[in-house]
Design a protein around this ligand. Structure first.
Ligand code: KG4
Ligand code: ZN
Length: 339
């Protein structure tokens, strides 16, 4: 069979990314993270779109150079169609259309959430173990929290999801209450290492079946902090590590309770983790511990494939190319896009 080379483009939120995958193997993975949002405490959509416009050409250029391939070797371009910020998505979509038209190669649209799941199939020099079908994927990011029953590359069913905030938002919003900069998730992760996870207890939501809720946790955390700060102005500073460890433990417990229930209900013992929050060291460790108890085999991607990246878009594009699932030039970005 001929070599198949796919260029992947990701621009759904605040990372401009491009990657090259050849026959399923990763050749390059370039990402320009937009630091401009830090000073605003969250992603500013208008600024994100502008930064994507500045970054997209240099990022694609770097991805092709790092992969050591010429533009004419690319067989198809895959891009994130949604879900995400519409202004950000438009930049990647328009770029991909132009690229496909100029080179007369197929255009392939990718659902960002499907990309997070299929990140498990990226082959690189370090890891080539991927989960067998069917498996359960806990996708935890800044915008989504889903339990996905993955039956095949293109046969995925969301069997549980958040009814309000995503797990990443729970990290980011509680971090903000503690005065930490955006995104707070990685900072909570780091500070929690030196904290006592049993220092403070926060209520777990009572949501039926496999769905999640995190907004109540954020509110109870806010009320708790406000009350303590009234008594002692330095409460946060004095207890920062313990607060981070305690809130992280609660978020992890909520996630693990639901994935355990999902494993029980489906009888599936192959459990995968995806999305930005899967970079969390506490979650990765807790999942390994639970897996030992439950007899699961767990699949945790390398950090670079957990947070938003274009390698996951390129690998999804690769499987779509094999299945001849191409898109037309009149395709449009979509802010909401169900799996
Ligand atoms: O998948 P992702 O890069 O973007 C979205 O599609 O949302 O996920 C970003 C989210 C943010 O909420 C960020 O705080 C969280 O992932 N995150 C973490 C960690 N690294 C990133 N949360 C907890 N611990 C981490 N180490
Ligand atoms: Zn994502």
């Amino acid at each position: 069979m001929n070599t198949i080379t796919i260029l992947g483009i990701e621009s759904s939120c605040d990372d401009t990314a491009a990657a090259v995958i050849q026959d399923g193997k990763l050749l390059s993975n370039v990402i320009a993270t937009q630091n401009i949002h830090k000073q605003y405490g969250g992603v500013v959509p208008e600024l994100a779109s502008r930064a994507h416009q500045q970054n997209i050409v240099p990022v694609v250029d770097a991805a092709l150079k790092n992969a050591n391939i010429s533009i004419n070797q690319v067989n198809a371009v895959a891009f994130t169609r949604g879900p995400g910020l519409i202004g950000s998505l438009l930049v990647g979509t328009s770029f991909a259309k132009g690229f496909s038209m100029a080179l007369n190669i197929p255009l392939i649209e990718v659902n960002h959430m499907q990309g997070h799941v299929l990140a498990h199939f990226i082959q690189d020099t370090l890891n080539n173990a991927h989960p067998p079908f069917p498996f359960l994927c806990l996708t935890v990011s800044g915008g989504h929290t889903q339990i996905v029953l993955v039956k095949d590359y293109f046969d995925m069913q969301v069997i549980g999801e958040t009814i309000d905030d995503a797990a990443g938002e729970a990290f980011d919003k509680t971090a903000k209450i503690l005065g930490l900069p955006y995104p707070g998730g990685p900072l909570i992760d780091t500070l929690a290492i030196n904290g006592n996870p049993e220092a403070f207890q926060f209520p777990h939501p009572k949501i039926p079946e496999l769905n999640f809720s995190f907004s109540g946790l954020k509110t109870s955390f806010l009320y708790f902090i406000n009350a303590q700060v009234k008594l002692d102005n330095n409460f946060i500073e004095k207890n920062k590590n313990d607060l981070c460890a305690s809130i992280q433990k609660t978020i992890i417990a909520i996630l693990l309770q639901k994935i355990t229930l999902a494993a029980e209900k489906t009888g599936i013992k192959h459990i995968a983790l995806a999305g930005g929050v899967s970079a969390n060291k506490g979650l990765r460790k807790a999942l390994e511990v639970t897996a030992k108890k439950q007899g699961w085999v767990v699949y945790i991607p390398a950090l670079a494939y957990c947070t938003d990246n274009a390698a996951m878009i390129a690998i999804t594009g690769y499987y779509k190319f094999l299945a001849k699932k191409f898109s037309k030039q009149d395709i449009t970005s979509t802010a909401r896009y169900a799996l």
